[in-house]
Design a protein around this ligand. Structure first.
Ligand SMILES: Cc1ncc(COP(=O)(O)O)c(C=O)c1O
Length: 423
């Protein structure tokens, strides 16, 4: 058994931040467990065997991330873990301290954090505070300090992601924890993009809760975890059989959990070596894009100036005069798969809330592309992008000019309500 995951299909796959291939070891664990029967909550021997697999997996996830096994709550992935953290912590705090109604989140959070926070505002009387970021997407710690100095005793929780999924900016999570501590405010971090890319130690971070998911690190989709300190007031979102300390009901998915644990162990164990490989490729990509398209603007911290501020596998550019979707489809036709990172509503591309929060003008934000690398990425992938890019950008610019000369851009349709959001 090799530890190199299979490369996804033909062409250059540069969208590992959306999902990355399962590692062979994770696939093997998954398949092996599919042949076993037994509900981990059952008392007979098959159930006890499944329970053993779950508990060993819990220990493995905890060991890889500097947590205690009892702090690992298995979920169905990042979105569920984020919902549990935001809603569960808010309700948990409000039960004992009703005046704590404010939810502080960074303005660049993933929708899996932003949307539950806004839902709480709409349905349960929460008040959302979007914490500002600088032009590289890094949290403004002074704004957080000022917010807490003014209304710290009204804050139910703070959520700041470990690393941004669009521009790869690493957030000062430890400083957030230190600033929040005197106020007794629990801090959650969405570390979906960070685990396996940068060192993540739950206990050392001082965080109260942390989200991770399987399919961004070589495990299956549909499984993840919320790490939560013991004793944290966390009201369940799912009610039922009382699994996972009563915090997350639902029959545990033994094959997915075992495979997830294998992937977490592998990703964390290989992290330093992989990060070096990814950063080397990423720097090659950044230099190459700048040379191939001189007008392209790198967004987020410049890794060639300070690599510690950005995820090793992430590069993100805006291309003036282009629509990100045009670039995406043209590159896809050339065999290069990327992401715009921004949402699409009713068929109309929306500029990314992350770029807007960083102060990028709306027109520039429309021409965004994220390139994300993973364990299977190669020099050939980067070269294929660089070979295709100049012509693709020229065509997208021509299309952009044509559409701004007409009137179609930005016209929304009332006939469809579809929303597509970035991964
Ligand atoms: C930062 C971040 N949080 C949460 C999620 C959602 O995770 P999942 O796809 O496991 O629900 C993603 C996925 O794109 C993400 O990038």
């Amino acid at each position: 058994m090799t530890s190199t995951p299979a490369a996804p299909g033909a062409g250059a796959y540069l969208d590992h931040a959306a999902t990355t291939p399962m590692s062979p070891a994770a696939i093997e664990a998954f398949v092996a467990e599919l042949t076993a029967t037994g509900n981990p909550s059952s008392l007979h021997s098959a159930g006890r065997a499944a329970r053993r697999v779950v508990e060993e997996s819990r220990e493995a996830v905890a060991a890889a991330l500097g947590a205690r096994p009892s702090e690992v709550i298995f979920t169905a992935g990042g979105t569920e873990s984020d919902n549990l953290a935001i809603k569960g912590l808010f309700w948990g705090r409000r039960t004992t301290e009703p005046r704590r109604r404010r939810i502080l989140v960074s303005a660049v959070e993933h929708h899996a954090v932003l949307d539950p926070a806004f839902w709480m505002a709409e349905h349960t009387g929460a008040e959302i505070v979007l914490l500002p970021v600088d032009d590289e997407g890094r949290l403004d710690l002074d704004a957080l300090r000022a917010e807490l100095a003014a209304k710290g005793d009204e804050v139910a929780l703070i959520s700041v992601m470990w690393a941004n999924n669009e521009v790869g900016t690493i957030q000062p999570v430890q400083e957030v924890v230190q600033i929040a501590r005197p106020y007794g405010i629990p801090v959650h971090s969405d570390a979906v993009q960070a685990v396996g890319q940068v060192p993540v130690d739950f206990t050392a971070s001082g965080l109260d809760a942390l989200t991770l998911t399987g399919h961004k690190l070589g495990g299956p989709v549909g499984v993840g975890a919320l790490l939560a300190k013991r004793g944290l007031p966390l009201t369940p979102v799912l009610h039922g059989g009382g699994q996972e300390r009563g915090v997350r009901s639902g029959t545990l998915d033994t094959p997915a959990i075992r495979s997830f644990a294998v992937a977490v162990t592998e990703a964390v164990g290989a992290r330093a070596e992989r990060a070096e490989h990814l950063a080397g490729l990423r720097d090659e990509l950044v230099r190459g894009v700048r040379a191939a398209v001189p007008g392209a603007v790198l967004r987020g911290p410049d890794p060639l100036v300070d690599p510690s501020r950005r995820l090793p596998g992430n590069a993100h550019f805006t291309f003036p005069g282009c629509e990100g979707d045009s670039l995406l489809y043209l590159l896809d036709s050339a065999g290069v798969q990327t992401s715009t990172g921004s949402a699409c509503q009713a068929g109309v591309p929306q500029p990314s809330h992350v770029l807007l929060a960083m102060g990028v003008p709306e027109d520039d934000a429309r021409g965004a592309l994220r390139f994300s690398l993973g364990a299977t990425s190669t020099h050939a992938d980067v070269q294929r992008l660089l070979d295709a890019l100049p012509q693709v950008v020229a065509r997208a610019q021509a299309a952009g000019l044509a559409s701004s000369a007409g009137t179609s851009r930005g016209v929304s349709s009332t006939t469809t309500s579809t929303t597509r959001r970035p991964a």
